[in-house]
Design a protein around this ligand. Structure first.
Ligand code: AMP
Ligand code: MG
Length: 487
């Protein structure tokens, strides 16, 4: 078998998982494959796609070395704690060390029921599977840490949701599937030994340099805070709204995980949220920094028993760390935002300059991606393109003059500034209406639009005239876009 498994999670104690094989499907067929990611996992072009691998990734065969398991975890869903969630429709086949030396999980999603299915069918429909494939790979190309997609396979079977839909299985690749909810699972069971083993495992896997720390749990916590801070700042910078930031969807690795109800801002509306089940906007674009801090507080709580006998002083120390989170997030976000304006040096007045631009964008519902891209073109010498996004021309003209003056105080050359801005301001993101269009066609058996969009999203910082239609915002009739939890 081409995938060389080398499993560590299956060596952890029994409560961490349940052994369960995928359920075979009637007629597997490839929907999409990712040869570039395959190569990273050691797969040649003959192996991906191949009939042998198709059988494995459909769940019809267990590869040598694979030890299929469903992982145990808990989680706060929209603020309510559920002590036992777990992989209800996902099965970890095992781990593969890539050609880059990085260990990654190979997981099937939609591969049949597990002991954690809680009455669910363990299956996934083609739409959510291709959506995760498309958006996770787009996020990767955008430079946002994320789980990735190796393959999508049609099962030839139907799944029953509100409609009857074609079934599919996704092969998800992640540097691990540890979540805040994994820690919560053992904390809720008051299983201190398991928590201890989990901390050691997470450190070995993600931060081996912390193994010698005198306070491993605390060092791990700090590292997870750093990773999540960086992640959410990247989300904001590309207008990404995760949509379901439950603690079971908050990865210890700092990778984006779970693309069920995610969406991207078209117009800049900070309070925008898309998920039909997120009635109060708990997970709106601008709420994400606050929510990630809330999730990290839940992680902190699980670690208290590991941090000494004096719980009161432990709590104080963790609270102090969480207390500085907002401030440190602001620093990270300011730096990320500065890059969008071509600024690297932090100078007096930068924050006000950025805020004034965002305020004008919000007032005019300016398109988030196009407006920043137009600014990039302007830095490169293009005439205008920015002003067209605003109604108060005098106000934006004043702002542009101030921005130009500020750019002159940057030590870098113009080309360096422009190159930096191009990387910070993509030309193309997975526009909600384009994603929907591609998924609808795929559901009807036409993968053409999916492949076309996928190819364009692989080079998000290039201006490609052939994909120009994929970069524009939707028409007015699509402004009320909503997402549904993709189960
Ligand atoms: P999610 O909303 O996708 O993060 O999933 C939350 C929980 O519901 C996880 O424990 C999933 O494994 C479980 N789940 C979601 N969909 C299904 C399904 N079709 N069958 C079984 N379990 C599911
Ligand atoms: Mg999930």
């Amino acid at each position: 078998m081409p995938l060389h498994f080398d499993n560590t999670y299956a060596r952890l104690p029994a409560p961490f998982f349940a052994r369960v094989n995928p359920t075979a499907v009637s007629s597997p067929a490839w929907l999409a494959v990712n040869p570039e990611l395959g190569a990273l996992l050691g797969l040649t072009a003959d192996e991906l796609p191949s009939p042998e691998l198709l059988a494995v990734l459909a769940g019809n065969a267990v590869a040598p070395g694979s030890e299929p398991i469903a992982l145990a975890y808990a989680g706060h869903q929209f603020g309510n704690f559920v002590p036992r969630l777990g992989d209800g429709r996902a099965i970890l086949l095992g781990e593969v060390v890539g050609t880059d030396g990085v260990r990654r999980d190979v997981q099937l999603k939609g591969s049949g029921p597990t002991p954690f299915s809680r009455g669910g069918d363990g299956r996934a429909a083609i739409g959510p599977v291709l959506r995760e494939f498309l958006v996770s790979e787009a996020m990767h190309a955008l430079g946002v840490p994320t789980t990735r997609s190796l393959a999508a396979v049609a099962t030839g079977e139907r799944v029953y949701r509100e409609d009857v839909l074609p079934g599919a299985v996704l092969t998800r690749i992640a540097t691990s599937h540890l979540r805040v909810g994994t820690f919560q699972y053992f904390a809720a069971r008051q299983d201190r030994d398991a928590l201890d083993a989990l901390v050691r495992y997470a450190i070995a896997r993600h931060h081996p340099q912390l193994a010698e720390s005198p306070t491993p749990a605390l060092s791990l916590f700090d590292a997870v805070c750093d990773a999540q801070r960086a992640l959410v700042a990247r989300w904001l910078s590309v207008g990404f709204v995760h949509g379901v930031m439950n603690t079971d969807n908050c990865a210890i690795s700092g990778e984006t995980i779970d693309y069920g109800p995610c969406a991207f801002l078209d117009a800049y509306e900070p309070a925008r949220h898309f998920s039909s089940i997120d009635r109060n906007g708990r997970y709106a674009w601008s709420q994400q920094p606050r929510i990630v801090r809330w999730n990290l507080a839940r992680l902190a709580e699980t670690l208290i028993p590991l941090l000494g006998d004096d719980d009161a002083s432990t709590v104080k120390m963790l609270e102090a760390r969480l207390g500085t989170f907002a401030e440190r997030f602001e620093e990270t976000w300011s730096a990320t935002l500065r890059a969008k304006f071509g600024l690297v040096d932090a100078q007096e007045g930068d924050a006000a300059l950025a805020q004034e631009f965002l305020a004008q964008m919000a007032a005019d519902h300016a398109d988030f991606t196009q407006t920043f891209r137009a600014l990039t073109h302007m830095a490169a010498g293009a005439d205008d393109g920015v002003r067209a996004h605003f109604t108060d021309r005098a106000r934006i003209t004043t702002w542009l003059a101030a921005w130009r003056t500020r750019l002159e105080r940057e030590p870098s050359d113009r080309d360096v500034i422009v190159a930096r801005m191009r990387r910070a301001n993509p030309a193309i993101i997975p526009r909600n209406h384009r994603v929907e269009e591609a998924l609808s066609a795929a559901q009807r058996g036409d993968l053409g639009p999916f492949e076309r969009l996928r190819a364009a999203l692989a080079r998000p910082f290039d201006d490609d005239a052939a994909s120009a239609d994929l970069t524009t915002p939707p028409g007015e009739e699509q402004w009320g876009y909503r997402t549904f939890c993709g189960t």
